[in-house]
Design a protein around this ligand. Structure first.
Ligand code: ADP
Length: 499
């Protein structure tokens, strides 16, 4: 239970950059909120204010949607050639690379994720994703369809219009990229609402998008809260499509707002309780490391985190001992410090929620192997926590904890683990760890999840579709599949001239 607290610095490292963009981006310009209101965005390392950011509300959403509507209806964006749109995205990717460390600094400061993760993994992945979708821009086209009569029939794949997008705080700029990339490649215009916890990186990136040649009004960014700015976007009559990433609970609200307003199509990427299955033939050391990564990556704040670690009984004891040792070795501390694996949780609300789940785990009879408490005396750091003897009926095995809490469950055979793994309302992802090809094939087909990672986890290449079965969501993002969300299909039927 005694986690080393040595890594937590009492005095946080200075980020060394200043926050230059705090207003709303509407119609190509940074502007204050109509109400003049601002809200503070906090440093999760200390809870102190980083900056005061303009607080968008319904009136600002109206202004942003009008700008996006005009940019869509009058152009130039949807009327530019696909090649020209592609070039804007490519130039943007170059600018992201040029400002890589500055943006990664904002991301770490606002979110608490390790700087090395932001700078070396996420930012390059974001630039790569924009290049991927830049490549699609001039390869989106319809079909010709054979007819029973003398008709020439073609389909046009047209942009859907004004896309409303609402994103969460766990991967602020990556979520911005997953949303904006395909929307722009298809020729849509966008109003995006960032999460209230993490408004900074998207504002910086939006400035670069305009520097890359994006016409005004094409991407509008509103900082603000869910029930005000978010809901105004979800129910807006002039928004043609809505994409949301966040909790299942809020996803339901979004879908209802869309249904009650103009029936805009909605894609949802929601919560998860993903199983990670370690089979009897597994190399235990490798399985421990991967299961650890699957759960603890990004402070455990991943919708797809492998939060139910199923281990075959024949390797359970060895796995447990090593998983505990690995968690004890996890390096937690100021995310700006080199070599840090885990920073603070995003905010006090999540921090308290996670600690409450840990107490619930203990009370329900799971064995707390290590961790379980806050780390240090300020900020939202939590000890890497491991529970064993976890049973499916415990709250910690059912709810999404969204924190550094690993739950280990024992299983006997494949049929049983398939049934137990699928016995959840979620279906976002699953991990399978085995050397046996038959076992891998059986599990990948039986698991009801949008992604199954075999002997790997959290592989997020731009071309791989991502999304959930069941209450983990509707639709797929990324890849060619992600384009469909942002296109309308128009059938055009013309009589053949000399028929
Ligand atoms: P979390 O609980 O982790 O903050 P949410 O699903 O509530 O997750 O938040 C994800 C995004 O949804 C954020 O941008 C948030 O502001 C927004 N949001 C929250 N509530 C609503 C709502 N009622 N309508 C629209 N957007 C919302």
């Amino acid at each position: 239970r005694n986690h080393s607290t040595a890594a937590v610095l009492e005095e946080p490292i200075s980020p060394g950059v200043s926050v230059n963009y705090t207003q709303l981006m509407i119609n190509g310009k940074f502007v204050d909120a109509a109400s003049g209101k601002t809200f503070p965005t906090l440093d999760p390392r200390t809870g102190e204010v980083i900056a005061h950011v303009a607080e968008g509300d319904a009136e600002d959403v109206n202004r942003a949607v009008s700008a996006a509507r005009k940019a869509f209806d009058e152009g130039p964006w949807p009327k530019m050639t696909a090649y020209e749109r592609s070039m804007v995205l490519l130039r943007f990717a170059d600018l992201l690379e040029k400002h890589n460390d500055e943006i990664a600094t904002l991301e770490t400061w606002d979110n608490g994720k390790p700087f090395e993760q932001a700078a070396k993994i996420e930012l390059p992945m974001i630039a790569r994703l924009f290049r991927y979708y830049a490549g699609w821009a001039d390869k989106i086209h319809g079909l010709t369809v054979p007819a029973d009569g003398p008709y020439h029939i073609q389909t046009l794949h047209e942009p859907i219009g004004v896309a409303g997008q609402i994103i969460p705080w766990n991967f602020p700029l990556l979520m911005f990229a997953w949303k904006i990339g395909p929307a722009l490649a298809c020729g849509n215009t966008v109003v995006l609402k960032t999460a209230e916890q993490t408004p900074l990186s998207a504002l910086y990136a939006t400035k670069l998008l305009h520097e890359a040649g994006l016409p005004e009004g094409v991407v509008n960014v509103i900082s603000g809260f869910g029930p005000t700015a978010g809901a105004a976007l979800a129910r807006h009559m002039d928004v043609d499509k809505l994409a949301f990433t966040g909790s299942t609970e809020t996803g339901k609200v979004i879908l209802e707002l869309a249904a009650k307003s103009n029936l805009k199509p909605v894609t949802l990427e929601l919560g998860g309780k993903s199983p990670f299955i370690v089979c009897e033939d597994a190399d235990v050391d490798q399985a421990v490391e991967l299961a650890h990564f699957a759960l603890f990556f990004n402070q455990g704040q991943c919708c797809c985190s492998g939060s139910r670690t199923y281990v075959h009984e024949s390797v359970y004891d060895e796995f447990l001992e090593k998983a505990k040792a690995r968690a004890l070795k996890r390096i937690v501390g100021d995310p700006f410090k080199k070599g840090i694996e885990q920073g603070p949780q995003i905010d006090n609300k999540q921090f308290e929620k996670i600690l409450k789940y840990i107490r619930s785990g203990i009370e329900s009879g799971a064995t707390l192997e290590t961790g379980g408490e806050r780390l240090g005396s300020k900020g939202y750091y939590i000890q890497p926590t491991v529970f064993s003897n976890v049973k499916e009926d415990m709250v910690i095995a059912q709810d999404e904890i969204f924190g550094p809490v690993q739950s280990i469950l024992k299983f006997k055979d494949l049929d049983e683990v398939i049934q137990r793994a699928n016995n959840t309302r979620y279906g976002l992802a699953a991990g399978v760890f085995t050397k046996n090809i038959d076992t891998a094939n059986t599990l990948t087909r039986a698991l009801r999840a949008g992604t199954v990672w075999v002997n790997c986890f959290d592989v997020f290449d731009a071309g791989i579709p991502f999304g959930g079965y069941k209450m983990s969501g509707i639709g797929r993002e990324k890849g060619e599949y992600g384009l469909k969300n942002y296109l309308q299909v128009k059938a055009v039927v013309t009589p053949l001239k000399n028929a």
